[in-house]
Design a protein around this ligand. Structure first.
Ligand code: SAH
Length: 236
């Protein structure tokens, strides 16, 4: 009798866990839908591919457990090592500004949590991403593999050098701010390729640089606030 009661109790507890889990999943899905409606679509992002990616990538899986309940808030969040996952609107804005097409080959500088890389990978063919903090490169690569992404390639190293072996790229998305536009990266764009990049120290501007037949076109997009793009030694 006691055995049966214990067994019943265990089955009941498992059931309870299931319900709590399903409830949590629904909770995040609702938060994500609201995030896209209120923070992204309402502010003018209209590229369906971007909206769809923002609806499907589970942002709460890219933030540390203690911040999970804030994952869909209208702000950046700390991810450790003094780094941040960008505000959802900024991720959507930069992705739209890169004017991506399916099949594009894209370079990201600064994998951080891997969230922006996942959003890009939902839309384009292949994403190459470089990260200067080794532990972030490793943990984000693992996370993205675990989520089933097979079109994201991660390198630990200095983003200022780009990824010459894989160049040229259709687009480059830089998610840390250098003091000036790195010419090496411009050189790794295809003709017609776009680079979306924050530039500056305290006051930063987001630019879109488009490579043309005979030079570059520079468009000023938004004032922004990113972590600095640091100089470092590449240790492969
Ligand atoms: N894209 C990230 C947010 C990045 S925060 C996300 O979606 O979460 C900026 C990242 O750029 C940090 O992880 C930082 O370590 C990295 N970074 C800074 N300078 C760099 C450089 N020179 N090369 C490569 N990565 C760099």
């Amino acid at each position: 009798m006691r055995k049966q009661v214990t067994l019943l109790f265990i089955v009941f507890m498992f059931g309870l866990c299931d319900v709590a889990f399903a409830e949590a999943e629904g909770f995040y899905t609702r938060k994500r839908t609201l995030m896209v409606d209120e923070q992204i679509e309402a502010r003018g992002i209209s590229d369906e591919k971007v909206l769809e990616a923002m609806r499907s990538v589970e942002r709460h899986l890219f933030v540390p457990a203690i911040w999970r309940f804030m994952a869909y808030a209208d702000r950046p969040l700390g991810i450790g090592y003094g780094q941040t996952i960008s505000q959802p609107y900024i991720v959507a804005y930069m992705t739209e500004a890169a004017l991506l097409a399916p099949g594009d080959k894209v370079l990201e500088i600064g994998i951080g949590s891997g969230y922006q890389a996942a959003i890009l990978a939902e839309i384009v063919g292949d994403v190459y991403t470089i990260e200067i903090v080794e532990l972030l490169a490793e943990s984000s690569e693992k996370r993205l593999k675990g989520l089933g992404y097979t079109n994201i390639f991660v390198r630990y190293g200095d983003g200022y050098k780009g990824w010459p072996e894989e160049a040229p790229f259709d687009a480059i998305v830089v998610t840390a701010a250098p003091a000036a536009i790195p010419e090496e990266l411009v050189g790794q764009l295809k003709v017609g390729g776009r680079m979306v990049i924050p530039v500056g120290s305290f006051y930063q501007q987001l630019y879109r640089i488009t490579k043309t037949e005979n030079g570059t076109k520079k468009e000023t997009l938004l004032p922004v606030r990113f972590v600095p793009m640091v100089h470092g030694e590449e240790k492969e």
